[in-house]
Design a protein around this ligand. Structure first.
Ligand code: ATP
Length: 234
């Protein structure tokens, strides 16, 4: 479903991503872990088209997509929940959700999808007229995920969804990620909480200073002494 080939991304003279290749097969939940500054967010942004790579290719569903615009990837089903959530603070919850469907024109299905998001997150329904900026961090993360679901993703890229949340909210967010994956959405999960991410993923990639240094089945990474020491604190 996703085939990233030798991706390179720089910020001016800083080479943040130095030749990353990764693949996702339909229905997989794959995690990408690594220290702060390893280049995980930059990789996701280049996959979605928010950053232009210096070199490399991104193929989605067998089709090269990095030569087109970011919005075209969204219409194809490649959708990201960005780090920091990126919600529109001065719009209501419902307006934020509708923004997720901005590129769709199937009005009836959009209404049904909004109701489905409300059913998944009753908290958002209770507060649908409230400005999104007044929500707690965990609620904002739910809103960002709900908004992404309104784009009908087939591949969802999640950048640090549990960051800065209370333990109860972290549990809830991981539950939601598992549930979305169980419904057949392919997921690439970037997580600082490497242990939890590897426990729920089928496969994982480890990134260090702009490169993939290890990859394999999640259980193999969980058992790997280097991973345990460097990323799991064991
Ligand atoms: P984190 O978990 O801290 O977000 P990350 O693995 O996602 O880390 P990136 O955010 O992709 O890492 O950063 C990779 C490198 O690129 C770092 O050295 C970072 O300082 C640098 N970088 C990121 N964004 C920019 C930017 N807008 N301008 C310049 N350098 C940047």
């Amino acid at each position: 479903m996703l085939d990233v080939r030798d991706l390179r991304v720089a910020y001016g003279g800083i080479q943040a991503v130095q030749g990353v290749s990764l693949r996702l097969y339909p229905g997989e939940l794959v995690c990408l872990i690594g220290a702060n500054g390893a280049g995980k967010s930059t990789t996701l942004k280049a996959i979605t088209g928010l950053l232009k790579p210096q070199a490399g290719e991104v193929h989605f569903d067998g089709q090269r997509v990095d030569t087109g615009a970011a919005w075209q990837r969204v219409t194809q089903g490649l959708v990201m929940v960005p780090e920091g959530r990126g919600i529109f603070a001065r719009m209501t919850i419902e307006e934020n959700l509708r923004m997720g469907a901005y590129l769709r024109d199937d009005a009836e299905a959009i209404e049904a999808d909004i109701e489905a998001v409300y059913a998944r997150f009753p908290r958002l329904k209770e507060r649908h007229r409230q400005l999104a900026g007044t929500l707690s961090g965990g609620e904002q993360q739910m809103l960002a995920m709900g908004r992404a679901l309104l784009a009908r993703p087939r591949l969802l890229l999640l950048d640090e969804p549990s960051m800065g949340l209370s333990p109860i909210m972290v549990d809830k967010i991981f539950e939601v990620v598992a549930d979305i994956a169980a419904q057949g959405v392919t997921v690439l999960l970037v997580e600082q909480n490497a242990h939890r991410a590897l426990q729920m993923a089928q496969r994982g990639y480890v990134m260090d200073t702009g490169r993939i240094t290890l990859e394999g089945p999640a259980q193999q990474l969980l058992d790997d002494p280097k991973v345990r020491e460097a990323y799991l604190g064991l």
